[in-house]
Design a protein around this ligand. Sequence first.
Ligand code: SF4
Length: 455
Amino acid sequence: MSTHSEKAAAFIKDEARTNWHDGALWHVREKRDAAASLLPEWELLRNTASHIKDNVLANLDDYLIQFEAEAKKNGVVVHWAKDGKEHNQIVGQILQRSNAKKVVKSKSMLTEECKLNDFLEENDIEIIDTDLGERIIQMRKEEPSHVVLPAIHIKKEEVGELFHKELGTEEGNSDPTYLTKAARTHLRQRFFEADAAITGVNFGIAETGGVVVCTNEGNADMGCHSAAVQIHSMGIEKLLPKAEHLGVFTRLLARSATGQPTTIYTSHFQKPQKGKEMHIVIVDNGRSEQLGKEDFRNSLKCIRCGACMNTCPIYRRSGGHSYHATIPGPIGAILSPNRDLKKYSDLPFASTLCGSCSDVCPVKIDIHEQLYKWRQEIYKHHELPKSKSIPLRITGKIFENPSIFNSVGKIARSSLKHLPRFMVYNNLNGWGKQRELPEVPEYSFKEWYKKQKDE
Ligand code: SF4
């Protein structure tokens, strides 16, 4: 398993792609800023959303029980899954019982997290992702690189080549309208043939037992309305207490994600259609463990808008796949170490801790503070790589002792001017790979200050 920095190094080798990725995501961030600035009540909405989620997380057990009872009253079959494996088995059994061989799926990061596609394919069930971005990466046998824009790392020319190979479109044609039409025709056929539809869940309403799915392509509706069986996979943290709370979140979600006032489709599913089945699979998969960690509980407020990714200077320049986890970017770097501290101990360091992620988060998660806390946890659990732990230990010792600090500063100031370049810029200085050190000053700040005071 390569680390974030190794994967990032591979991504930035293609300088044109890196610049374009950076620019494309910054453009989305600017759209978010423009949309937020049009609402004078924006900060009030963020505060309200954060408080509603505080209440949900503090009373999650009660809301889950209420949600289950209401859903059952509506004729929905409710299942509980403690982890990804159990989730996949439950979905597999539902499909097997209804003899479903062809399934359409509307974007769900939770099913990605559970690796549902691999599981179903291994069991001879065809599963087609129907969100255009998801379908593109499914054809390329890749994972999403962003929670809202899963194929943001792929250029339109590459999509043109892919569709030519997979869907028989004209060679060399990468016109987005032409490609979108081709994808639509391909997907429409899959919707008609599907025996079952699976969707993610943006919000579950405890008061009504219904689920809400937000999409821009209408694929959740297409799938659920045409198939005989509909399955909604929902993380335990997705609940809202009442339907009246929903407006706060739908106003924040689309604006934070893409700068739109609202998603094109906000679909409510409450009961099965006549003669059809509706299932909701409620999944834990590490969430209750995160809930029990006071320092990291707030991360469960996340509504997966992707705003923290679009603004993060590291994410924009290193690409989503460099995070080697289903949820990339700043929020992924908080959620992943909860699942496997050893495997993901590099991720909380993939941040400048500039705080931009916390500033844009619509539910006011203290993202950069949690990243900082994870660093301390990683240090405590001895999961820091030697390349970080040794320099940090040495730097700590220097900072602890003023006379050593002054002497080291003096030696560095005089030697840096004379050392040959290869001794300063080499493999030991990862920082210097893309940067030049500033000109070395004559004096330390302390010396300069003393001089000014004396004059
Ligand atoms: S952490 Fe906040 S900004 Fe990031 S995806 Fe979640 S809700 Fe959006």
